[in-house]
Design a protein around this ligand. Structure first.
Ligand code: SP5
Ligand code: ZN
Length: 341
């Protein structure tokens, strides 16, 4: 299958995050993509193709205009204050405070974020746009009749809401792609999110819609980030009632427990009979992931790919998380190989 990649992700580098009460180098770093490319090359997967530019309209189809404007201007506004350090939010509103976009960049950073996981540097916005273009190029490939494609997006996207960044995510690439497929004529699109963390942004964007089914398999938010969304009783609302499915699992879950949830999620996808499938592919379910607590092993990803292939749907894989750099390439390549077997 075609792998959509551009080196423009390299602009999002040298950033930091707040972890265990300390500012540390970000876990979400450029080496992740280098390792995936190495493994893809070693297996003869591919070919690699460059994303084509799709502009801002497809982003604005799922994101708020004020948020996209903020992302485009943030670095300029931050450096205008005389700073050259990475821009990290550290002020947020509490319930009872006003939902307002301040003029000050520090206020804007808080207004448009839900954690200190999204750090902005000079090349962040260009990398983010390139990632969204990769997802949209995947949409083009599926619309053109390809059975599958892999958008090697970096930074990831599934934590980003319509107007909020968080969890290393700025633009929700999977949501942009799902809407892109709808706009290209797909009546129903399913999103299967297998990242270790709940895809809160994707869920929120489609929560009141019946045309996009969102299924999430993830660490129980009672124990794990993003904490405030991803519970089993979140089933959709309004026209979207019944079109959101969460499968929260406890810390320590191994492939036996995880694959049972995958089976249930695949049942939901099948029943929905979508025209296309988007897989939010995170491999932070891996047993040695530095920030995660599941116990999947590298060979398990072959089984994941094979089970997803058995759905028999045009499938766009969109890269999300995975922070065990030494194994991320093997785990992603195993998934894609399992799919193609
Ligand atoms: C796309 C994606 O996978 N984003 C993940 C963002 C996770 N950010 C918060 C993680 C909190 C982890 N706490 C780890 C404690 C390690 N001792
Ligand atoms: Zn994750």
């Amino acid at each position: 299958m075609k792998i959509i990649h551009t080196p423009r992700h390299l602009g999002h580098s040298g950033h930091v995050e707040l972890n265990n009460g300390q500012i540390v180098p970000a876990f979400e770093k450029p080496e992740r993509v280098a390792m995936i490319l190495d493994a893809i090359g070693a297996r003869g997967l591919g070919p690699l193709v460059e994303p084509t530019a799709h502009g801002l309209d497809p982003l604005l189809a799922v994101h708020d205009p004020a948020y996209v404007r903020f992302l485009a201007q943030a670095w300029e506004l931050w450096t205008a204050e005389g700073r050259d350090t990475p821009a990290l939010p550290s002020f947020w509103r509490a319930p009872g405070m006003r939902f307002i976009e301040p003029d000050a960049i520090d206020g804007k950073l808080g207004h448009f974020s839900f954690d200190a996981g999204c750090c902005i540097v000079a090349g962040t916005w260009d990398a983010v746009q390139a990632g969204a273009d990769a997802a949209l190029t995947g949409v083009d490939l599926l619309s053109g009749g390809e059975r599958a494609a892999f958008a090697l997006c970096r930074p990831p996207g599934h934590h980003a809401h319509a107007g909020t960044m968080g969890g290393y995510c700025f633009i929700n690439n999977a949501a942009v792609a799902a809407q892109g497929l709808r706009d290209r004529g797909a009546a129903r699109v399913a999103i299967l999110d297998v990242d270790y963390h709940h895809g809160n942004g994707t869920q929120a964007i489609f929560y009141e819609r019946g045309d996009v089914l969102v299924c999430n398999i993830h660490a129980d938010p009672m124990q794990e980030f993003p904490y405030f969304l991803g519970y089993a009783d979140e089933t959709g609302a309004g026209a979207g009632e019944g079109f959101n499915a969460n499968f929260p699992l406890p810390w320590g879950t191994d492939y036996e427990g995880w694959s049972a949830a995958l089976e249930a999620a695949c049942g939901r996808v099948n029943a929905f009979a979508p025209d296309a499938l988007i897989v939010s592919l995170g491999v932070d379910t891996y047993k040695h992931d530095p920030i995660s607590q599941f116990r999947l092993d590298s060979p398990d990803y072959v089984g994941i790919g094979r089970r997803i292939a058995a759905l028999g749907l045009p499938t766009l894989f969109v890269m999300e998380g995975g922070y065990a750099v030494e194994a991320i390439g093997v785990n992603v390549a195993n998934t894609l190989e399992g799919f193609e077997q």
